[in-house]
Design a protein around this ligand. Structure first.
Ligand SMILES: NC(=O)c1ccc[n+]([C@@H]2O[C@H](COP(=O)([O-])OP(=O)(O)OC[C@H]3O[C@@H](n4cnc5c(N)ncnc54)[C@H](O)[C@@H]3O)[C@@H](O)[C@H]2O)c1
Length: 371
């Protein structure tokens, strides 16, 4: 019989870095594993559809109580629960808050994240971990994975919209996933942020990185384009700017044209999760609805796009669906993030921490209190 003593690890950011959380090549491979399991169906996410992204605390736009946060773009608290099978067999929950004014007003990152993982059979907590780096890494690695499966092998240029942390992780991952890449350009509405991005990324990645001062110059004729903006200005990626055969890979919000969606390969991280977003979104008051990719849902509902033509990245990774990445058709990858990604990378970090003796032990009980 296993011990009744219950102890778990607390992994600080320093511990996570020592455990290897910033190893992008490994993270892309672990995301490949997680997406392959998702493509086969060996996962459960929260909610009654088993495909909910998570539970959001929806603050009102006009709070009536002193101190209650005000709702708005990138102002939220969220809990993302789920289970991942395969070699993992772990349940996890990521809990985070986001305040778009944090960097300016408090010198803190926009979002602050932590994660708990539990053994799926006994519910025994395995670890509580700092999750900012983990979450950014897995978000970037998924973008890298989309490049692995959807970008042309001869891709040489990358256009990046927004120079924030998520774009830095995504750029790192795309550069690792595409050895043919020669040049990166970045556009940010904040020129200082774009300058810092160029200095940091060219140093870290040993590749030519420069900034452009017009949005479309980071989009036109690029083989791969990625965007991770925050706030309330959502740019439109015009179809005519996007090169034949190119990949537009989006961990963040964007507007695209109907013609683009109709003609491109549309690859979501998880279409069932996108459908659940819509079900949950429709329950909100009309003036507060923010349903991701509503344009795509509308085109599916009207029959302009066949649902059977939408293939999840997991299905592509698992070989259940095939997309010819070298074709001249444009590819559109949309990622809203799944807890499976955090569980896969978090469990990998926990295992590494156990092996390396990292982290602090937190004892919940020596013997459980039983009435
Ligand atoms: N898909 C996922 O799994 C996932 C995970 C984490 C974050 N995200 C999303 O990624 C986005 C970016 O996150 P972050 O932490 O890097 O945010 P951040 O606020 O730290 O940085 C965003 C950057 O975008 C720039 N920007 C804003 N509007 C712009 C525009 N119209 N054009 C060009 N640049 C613009 C800002 O100046 C800033 O430099 C957020 O919206 C977040 O919700 C997605």
């Amino acid at each position: 019989m296993s011990s009744k003593r219950l102890a778990m690890k607390f992994l600080s950011q320093k511990d996570m870095i020592a455990a290897g959380v910033t190893d992008m090549e490994r993270c892309i491979d672990v995301m490949d594993e997680a997406f392959t399991l998702a493509g086969k169906g060996d996962y459960v996410m929260g909610g009654s559809t088993r495909n909910s992204h998570g539970q959001r605390v929806w603050f009102p736009k006009d709070p009536q109580f002193e101190g209650m946060p005000k709702g708005g773009p990138d102002q939220r608290f969220m809990s993302l629960p789920g289970y991942l099978g395969g070699r993992f067999k772990v349940c996890g929950n990521k809990w985070y808050g986001s305040n778009v004014n944090n960097p300016k007003n408090h010198g803190l990152p926009r979002s602050i994240l932590m994660m708990t993982i539990n053994d799926a059979e006994t519910a025994r907590p395995l670890a509580i971990m700092e999750c900012n780096v983990l979450s950014g890494m897995r978000t970037g690695a998924v973008v890298g994975l989309s490049a692995r499966y959807l970008a042309r092998d001869d891709s040489e240029t990358l256009g990046v919209i927004a120079a924030g942390p998520i774009s830095k992780y995504s750029t790192t991952a795309i550069v690792k996933a595409l050895p043919s890449l020669k040049k990166v350009v970045v556009f940010d509405i904040n020129e200082e942020a774009a300058k810092r991005f160029c200095e940091q990324m060219s140093g870290n990645l040993n590749i030519d990185v420069s900034m452009v001062t017009k949005f479309e110059d980071a989009v036109k004729n690029q083989d791969v384009v990625t965007s991770a903006i925050s706030g309330d200005i959502t740019p439109l990626f015009e179809d005519k700017w996007l090169k034949e055969g190119s990949l537009l890979t989006l961990p963040g919000r964007a507007n695209v044209e109907n013609d683009y969606l109709r003609d491109a390969h549309v690859v979501p991280d998880c279409w069932e999760m996108q459908k659940t977003y819509k079900i949950e979104g429709l329950m909100l008051p009309e003036d507060e609805r923010t349903i991701p990719h509503i344009q795509l849902h509308n085109m599916v509902d009207s029959g302009e796009i066949k649902e059977s033509d939408i293939h999840d990245l997991g299905k592509v990774a698992a070989g259940v669906a095939t997309i010819d990445k070298n074709s001249s058709k444009k590819k559109y990858f949309i990622s809203n993030g799944m807890i499976l990604q955090d569980i896969a990378w978090g469990t990998t970090m926990y295992e590494s921490a156990v092996e390396k003796g990292l982290g602090q032990e937190l004892v919940m009980w020596e013997e459980p209190y039983m009435v």
